[in-house]
Every structure is written in C-alpha cells, then in structure tokens.
Design a protein around this ligand. Structure first.
Ligand code: CP
Length: 317
C-alpha cells in the first residue's frame, strides 16, 4: 500500500482485516518493522481515538511518533495554489508539507470539511495538497469526505462479532444531532461495507439525507427507520448533515434517536458508533450502557486497524 486515503488504496479488504486481527492477537510481532522510522501526525482538527490509537499502533511497530496540532501551534496555512498571500495565511502548504516530508517517513493528516462549499470539500482539496507536496506516504486520519481508519475498524469489529455462515444484516441509521456534522463517517462506512461485500447493507435516514452515490452505491435506502431496523444484526448509528442541501440540518426529529424501544425490532443487534457520541440525543443511555452496545470494543479496534495500515505502508517502502 502506498497511501491510505480510501478503500480504493487497499488491495484486498478481507486480507487487511485479517492482518489487523493478527495484530490484536499478537501486538508486538512486528515490533522492529518500523524501527528507525518516524510517523508525523498532523492535526487541523480535534481527535481522541484516532490520535491515541494511531500513536499506540505506530509504537507497537517500533516507530517514533511526532504529533503536531498545526491548527493551534503552526503557522496559518494557505491551501490554494497561486494565491497572493496578502491576507491571514502565513505559510503555503507547498512549503509546509514539503518540509514536514523531510522530517517524517509517513505523514498522517486530519482535515475536516468546511461544510460550506461542497465542491471544495468533495474534491478533497486539503488532503490532496499534502499528498502533492509531502513526498512521503500519506495516511488519512479523517478527511473532508472519508474516514477510512474508522471504517476499517468497523469492518474488523463486524467480522469479529459475526460467526454465522449467512451474511449479517447491517443497518446504518441516521440519528439527530445539535450540530451540522460531516458526511465522512457514513460515506466511508458505506464505501467499505460495499467493497467488503460480506454484509446485507441497508441505509436509513429521513428524506433529504441521501449520501453521495459515489460512496453509497447500490445500497438500498429505507426511509422508515423501524422497518429498516427489523432483524438487524448490526445497527451503525451516525448523524450527518445533508449532502444535497449541503452542510445543513434539515431534520431534528428526535424520534430517530436509538433507544431500547427502537431496538425492540432488532433484539439481537449489536449497536455501533464511531464516537464521540452525544448521549440521549443520538443514542439513549440505556442503549450505550446496555448489553447491545459494542462501542467500546469497537473503539479499541482502532489500534489494530491503524497498525495493519501502517505495517502495509512500511512493508511497501
Ligand atoms: N471516531 C473518531 O475518529 O474519534 P476521534 O474524532 O476522537 O478521533
């Protein structure tokens, strides 16, 4: 693997999942693979899980890690080529990324969308500038439209919790939120579940929350949440803002929150969420604290996903 921006960079999803589960069994089996190499983790936005799990993963492979909260500690970056830099930006990404590429063997970047200009976000302008100028492999720690480390984790978690011969029914459901959130997690989850091909996948959301077809593909959409949840094996809960009415909240219907009453339709389902989650807005306490929730082991699997990805890039370089 030369970079990790989306599922399209992965030669085979099942093999990567097995690599990750191999690391879960034996975290230090490749403890010298990354010896003498440094991972630079560049944050333009906040993080808990992605930041910590990727650091642990890199250390398990023997790498050194440097974390740089560039949004708070760096110069204000200019992302557009050819700009007259007479405004608030101090350093162009052309120099910043190239300089960081001199210090690090792999760079990992988190850069959220502005949610104002669909085209700018969906062309992945920011992460593409880092890819263009860094000169070293780039790993996405969540970009404007995708969160592949999260989605690999999610596939690992489903694979780990599903022992039956038939395909599991996986339902991704929209849930309410007080803030407009990116589409990155649901886009990416849909893209990975579609590429994995080992699940019967259904998406449910209010009308107006359709995702970009490029990611949701042929996954069926069921606008009736109760109907979608019937006999689900996994319920993947996530809020996102509208793609069509870009970045807007067009529904605040609290009846979409996942509660025990909702899960009566899916009594055997495991409930997943990428976290952070707003309790009693997105998912009720009774669900998060109940036996159907697997959100904590799901977050734990972030380490093995990151370790599998970093190891594949190290082996290629
Ligand atoms: N799920 C996830 O990416 O969590 P963080 O934003 O805390 O990294």
């Amino acid at each position: 693997m030369k970079q990790f921006i989306s599922v399209d960079d992965v030669p085979g999803v099942p093999r990567l999942v097995e690599t990750a589960l191999g690391y879960k069994k034996d975290p230090f089996k490749d403890r010298v693979l990354g010896a003498g190499k440094t991972l630079g983790m560049i944050f333009l936005n906040p993080s808990l899980r992605t930041r910590l799990s990727t650091q642990v993963a890199a250390k398990n492979l023997g790498m050194e890690v440097v974390v740089f909260n560039i949004d708070k500690e760096g110069w204000a970056l200019e992302m557009t080529d050819g700009t007259v830099m007479s405004g608030n930006t101090t350093e162009h990404v052309k120099e910043a990324a190239a300089v960081m590429g001199q210090y690090f063997d792999i760079m990992a970047i988190r850069t959220f969308p502005g949610l104002k200009h669909k085209e700018e976000d969906y062309t992945e302008k920011y992460i593409k500038q880092f890819i263009k100028y860094a000169g070293v492999p780039i790993v996405s720690l969540e970009s404007a439209t995708l969160h592949p480390l999260q989605s690999l984790t999610d596939v690992i978690t489903i694979r780990e919790h599903w022992q039956e011969k038939r395909k599991p029914k996986v339902v991704m459901t929209w849930a309410p939120h007080v803030k407009a959130l990116p589409q990155a997690v649901p886009n990416s989850f849909a893209q990975w579940i579609n590429a994995w091909g080992e699940a019967d996948f259904v998406i449910t959301h209010p009308k107006g929350y359709e995702l970009d077809h490029a990611f949701s593909g042929n996954a069926p959409i069921e606008y009736d949440q109760d109907k979608a949840l019937e006999d689900a094996d996994f319920v993947y809960v996530k809020n996102w803002s509208s793609y069509n009415d870009y970045g807007k909240i067009t529904c605040t219907d609290s009846s979409w929150m996942i509660s025990n009453e909702k899960l009566a339709k899916a009594p055997n389902a495991k409930v997943m969420h990428c976290l952070p989650v707003r309790r009693n807005v997105v998912i009720a306490d009774e669900v998060l604290d109940g036996p159907q929730s697997i959100v904590i082991p799901q977050a734990g699997n972030r380490v093995w996903a990151a370790q599998a990805v970093l190891s594949e890039i190290l082996k290629n370089s």
